[in-house]
Design a protein around this ligand. Structure first.
Ligand code: 26M
Length: 822
């Protein structure tokens, strides 16, 4: 590598200013007099990009030379969030660049805010993938993220008259300066058609697949910088395009419209992200997306293997593939097909190769959320893969029969095919059978997996199971989103804690220090003021920044129980109405989150939150003691402004339903206290921060199961509890819906009859502990102390810790640092 011009690599404020004006002129093609905010943003991006490319090229060169073992993280979603600020942090040039921009008379934060975030994920699962890429790069692990370049990411949410309205997310509207297309590495993907078996001239049984459709996958690469290292890994996302030769053929038949149609239909493949989480749609296009990106990625890996002269047999030594849930689970079948049909490998060796390569992360305990595909749909789309699945299944069931003779019920449960009605392929079963390791995402979740949804597989392969508790990257979730807190911490212990979050515990001796506490409070106050003025500017709602900010932000789902939060709000409201002199701790309730567009109950919960908020916010009797705000379009950008401004983190899912949660970690790191159930990673967070510093309420997962087994009658709780009755009745009366007694009936009916998530059972415990929260908040010192210890004891929840565990226990891969020659 040759040294490059200072203009493209230098990082002094003077050089940065020059480079900025340079890229405004030569890249954006604008003189200062005509430049818009967006032009300035683009000029800034190009300046940053130049400085990244040196690292990116060196990394690529070094990995190729070393033929390094590489982790491939297969995920249908990467919820990256805005790149600019994060890249500045990871490159260590945030302050210089900010200064340069300000010396040029521009508003640095306003330029950062210009970026349209790539919302290529639904929620936790997609964001986890993004945190993991950050940690992989920061730990100098050779790795590739493989996924889909959706043209439309998660929809943009608007709230109209209290209801969610979805608008398309046109994130590519102004182009994406962070990616580089690599059409020279395009891959072809086949669909449909039929297969024919024959015996080749060596007497080998071979299958030939004749597809009826082919699509081209174009890789788009985005560099992923590590923090304070030279490593720049790659996120490789595939875009579907039509294959030229295909439409030429149709052209030649004189069928112009037919050719255009084929092109349009090919390009539909990667148009849109399905906005469901924890629910199933079973849509063919979704299966096409999954197969498309998995096939492109595996072919790409064979290309890399060939480029490094590594024989196909060594695939598992070169690559470790992690399956982020079952969305990419078709990888095992595609890898078998490539090895057996294309590389003529013997079945048994191919199967061993596949199993040595793959590992599977499960993210859900809800049986109805487990992916399955109708066999008839599947067979039409991927006829060869269906045959391979049958073959894998036949051999696998033989194993089950040997281990558990005569246990036909077990054999039926474990089969890759559900034959109880219409036949379905069970993707979780496929993933378990094909992987060497299966992990859950928090201790409790991993235990419950072994006892419930994956019990049969645990009985058969206990050695495959392990736990990898989730983590989040402190670079984005502290350094970038909470710059004030970061500066304060740096003043006391330097900045190495951002690489080794456990070092935060060095602050333990200061947790009772009055001056430290005072600074800590000021930082929280400033963040709350920032958020308050944003809320005022954007929604015209006045909130009191000294009130307790009580926050629940996450996808809207019945199991996450946003409506339990609402019941508590109504109880407070009702008590205040009955006794306006009641001493309550002033609170601002903040909600944010999207509902899957087809999930009516979730959408009605959004309407309920807004209806209750409307009533409360305008009621003069309450003397501004309560505020309820629903922040529309909760996304990564918005969340970065919310966590630092939160006092109380709501983690109130029914125990046994939230696999891990990761928002819980981001809140605690930023000094929010948690009110929560013993669910997912809450259990481990509580243990880490100390039981006295966590507001625990509700049934345990075991109690939930027991109560259900013995017969749960939600109406009993309603009838026995006047407060609960009052809250429910107030909704039923139409008080929050202009007298409409029908509007919220579906919510109330469900709570009083089935209540699958046991809000009725947990209500009183929740309200009691909220009372304790309110009291505790009034003791400023006590609260501040608890806030400090929550944050500084979160070391274990850095995604660096998670990734180190994956590297040691699953991937067996070591760091491969990048050295610059100069
Ligand atoms: C499936 C089929 C069709 C379309 C979309 C999907 C789908 C997409 C996302 C299903 C589930 C999806 O995400 C689930 C998810 O985000 N799970 C969360 O994963 C987090 C990371 O491990 C955990 O912290 C959360 O507890 C878990 O809910």
């Amino acid at each position: 590598t040759t040294p490059l011009s200072e203009n493209r690599t230098g990082i002094t404020v003077e050089v940065l200013k020059k480079a900025f004006l340079d890229s405004l002129f030569f890249v954006q093609g604008k003189p200062v007099a005509l430049a818009t905010q967006h032009d300035y943003y683009m000029a800034l991006v190009h300046l940053v990009r130049d400085r990244m490319l040196y690292r990116w090229n060196s990394t690529a060169e070094s990995y190729t030379q070393d033929r390094a073992r590489t982790v491939c993280y297969f995920s249908a979603e990467f919820l990256m969030g805005p790149h600019l600020g994060n890249n500045l942090i990871n490159m260590g040039i945030y302050n210089q660049v900010k200064q340069a921009i300000e010396e040029l008379g521009l508003d640095f934060d306003a330029l950062l805010a210009q970026e349209e975030e790539p919302g290529l994920g639904n929620g936790g699962l997609g964001r986890l993938a993004a945190c993991y890429l950050d940690s992989l790069a920061s730990l100098e692990i050779p790795s590739l993220g493989y996924g889909i370049r959706y043209e439309f990411g998660i929809f943009h949410q608007e709230i109209r008259n209290g209801w969610q309205v979805e608008r398309t997310d046109k994130w590519l509207r102004y182009g994406n300066p962070w990616e580089v297309a690599r059409p020279e590495w395009a891959m072809e993907v086949k669909f449909g058609g039929h297969t024919e078996a024959h015996v080749d001239n060596k007497g080998q049984y071979r299958v030939h697949w004749t597809p009826d459709r082919e699509v081209l996958g174009i890789p788009y690469d985005t560099p992923i910088l590590g923090y304070q290292v030279n490593t720049a890994n790659t996120l490789r996302l595939w875009k579907a395009e039509a294959i030229e030769s295909f439409d030429f053929a149709v052209f030649n038949e004189g069928n112009y419209y037919g050719a255009v149609e084929a092109k349009v239909s090919s390009e539909n493949l990667t148009k849109v992200l399905y906005p469901n989480d924890e629910t199933l749609a079973g849509k063919q296009l979704r299966l096409e997306q999954q197969y498309f990106f998995v096939s492109c990625s595996l072919q790409d890996m064979f290309r890399i293997l060939k480029g490094q002269n590594i024989p196909v047999e060594k695939f598992p030594e070169k690559f470790a593939i992690q399956l982020n849930d079952t969305h990419p689970a078709i990888a095992s079948v595609e890898l078998m097909r490539l090895l057996v049909d294309e590389y003529h490998m013997d079945w048994n060796l191919a199967w061993e190769t596949t199993q040595k390569t793959l590992a599977y992360t499960n993210h859900t305990l809800m049986p109805e959320a487990l992916e399955k595909w109708s066999v008839s749909l599947f067979g039409k789309l991927l006829p060869r893969h269906l045959e391979i699945i049958y073959e894998i299944n036949a051999r696998f069931l033989e194993l089950v029969r040997i281990r558990f003779p005569k246990d036909t019920a077990r054999q039926a449960r474990m089969s890759l095919i559900d034959e109880s009605g219409e036949r379905y392929i069970r993707m979780a079963n496929l993933a378990c059978v094909s992987s060497h390791t299966i992990n859950g995402v928090a201790k409790l979740h991993s235990e419950l997996l072994k006892q419930t949804v994956l019990k049969d597989f645990y009985d058969l392969f206990p050695e495959k199971f392990c736990n990898m508790t989730n983590g989040v990257t402190p670079r984005r979730w502290i350094a970038l989103s909470n710059t004030r807190l970061t500066q304060m911490i740096n003043q006391h212990i330097g900045d190495n804690w951002l690489k080794n979050l456990g070092e935060l515990q060095q602050l333990e001796s200061l947790a009772h220090d009055a001056a430290f506490q005072e600074d800590w409070r000021k930082i929280k106050q400033s963040a709350k003021r920032d958020l308050s003025s944003r809320i005022h500017d954007q929604f015209g709602i006045l909130v009191d920044p000294t009130s307790l900010f009580d926050v629940q932000v996450k996808r809207i789902h019945e199991y996450k129980r946003q409506h339990l939060n609402v019941l508590h709000i109504i109880t407070l409201y009702s008590q205040l109405k009955q006794n306006p002199n009641l001493e309550v701790t002033p609170r601002t309730f903040i909600f944010g989150g999207k509902a899957a567009p087809g999930y009516h109950m979730a959408k009605l919960i959004i309407k309920l939150i807004n209806s209750v908020g409307n009533m409360i916010n305008k009621d003069p009797d309450l003397h501004n003691q309560l505020r309820v705000v629903f922040l529309p379009n909760y996304n990564v950008t918005n969340s970065q402004r919310i966590y630092p401004a939160s006092d109380l983190s709501e983690q109130i899912s029914t125990a046994g339903f939230e696999a891990s949660g990761t928002g819980n970690m981001k809140f605690a790191m930023n000094g929010a206290l948690t009110i929560g159930t013993l669910d997912g990673a809450n259990v481990e967070i509580r243990q880490a921060v100390g039981e006295d510093h966590f507001f625990l309420f509700g049934l345990t997962a075991t109690q939930v199961t027991e109560l259900k087994a013995k017969g749960y009658n939600p109406r009993d709780y309603y009838e026995a509890n006047p407060y609960l009755q009052d809250a429910i009745d107030l909704i039923a009366s139409g008080h929050f819906s202009q007298g409409d007694t029908e509007l919220f009936r579906p919510i109330l009916d469900k709570l009083l009859t089935e209540d699958p998530f046991m809000l009725m059972a947990d209500y009183q415990s929740y309200v009691d502990w909220q009372q304790v929260v309110g009291q505790t908040y009034r003791d400023i010192e006590d609260w501040t102390y608890m806030s400090i210890v929550n944050s500084i004891r979160m070391g274990n929840f850095s995604s660096d810790r998670s990734i180190q565990e994956y590297c040691q226990n699953i991937w067996k891969v070591a760091p491969s640092p990048i050295n610059f020659d100069n």
